[in-house]
Design a protein around this ligand. Sequence first.
Ligand SMILES: Cc1cc2nc3c(=O)[nH]c(=O)nc-3n(C[C@H](O)[C@H](O)[C@H](O)COP(=O)(O)O)c2cc1C
Length: 213
Amino acid sequence: MSKSARARDVTAALEFRRATKQFDPSIELPDTELDGIVAAAGLAPSSYNLQHWQVVAIREPARRVELAAAAFGQQSVADASCVLVLAADPDAWQLARERWDHLPAGKRDRLAANIEAFYAGAPQLARDEAMRSVSMFAMALMLVAAERGWQSCPYIGFDPAAVRAIAGFPPTWVVVLLVAIGHSAAAPTPRPPRRRVDGFLHRERWAPPDSAP
Ligand SMILES: Cc1cc2nc3c(=O)[nH]c(=O)nc-3n(C[C@H](O)[C@H](O)[C@H](O)COP(=O)(O)O)c2cc1C
């Protein structure tokens, strides 16, 4: 790749993406789109490339209705073309050897030993890492969907036990987010304003607003 190579359209995808509240239920998400979006999102970074994400795609209308009930009745969950249930595997560090199997055996074993030493006996760290990595995957999903002309919405408003039962995830995995994908059924409302950059960007060291020079 040349030094000047750059991805040009990420800002456009960020501007296009909205947390869409009304989806057109008549639109289906084709298999090729689902696979393409999920594969591209899989390029997201993850701690030690452990790729802690696990995904169940729910597209059948009756299953989306069931999921909407577990999401406190949010109608957009029922109306989206597909809802991805994202889980994080806090024990993904135990798969370090598998993830790095492309390396020569000696190198792979040394790296896997480092990874295991880092996470073994540190369940809070392992969970935090899994949540960080799955959050990166979720954002990548929404940006790739936007690039392909799909709107999306992330959700934390759901009953984790009910969603876990619908998705069929094992008990040790954390249900992180739902991400709905579909076509908007209405013109977007004005985007809720973002803070000014100088309200949260600090140079070299954080300072409370009133002490800024
Ligand atoms: C972690 C997270 C959880 C969210 N949960 C919900 C949700 O349960 N239901 C919903 O309608 N929107 C949800 N949202 C969307 C936010 O309301 C939305 O991103 C925010 O208001 C900014 O609007 P915008 O994304 O259109 O710019 C969630 C967003 C995030 C990042």
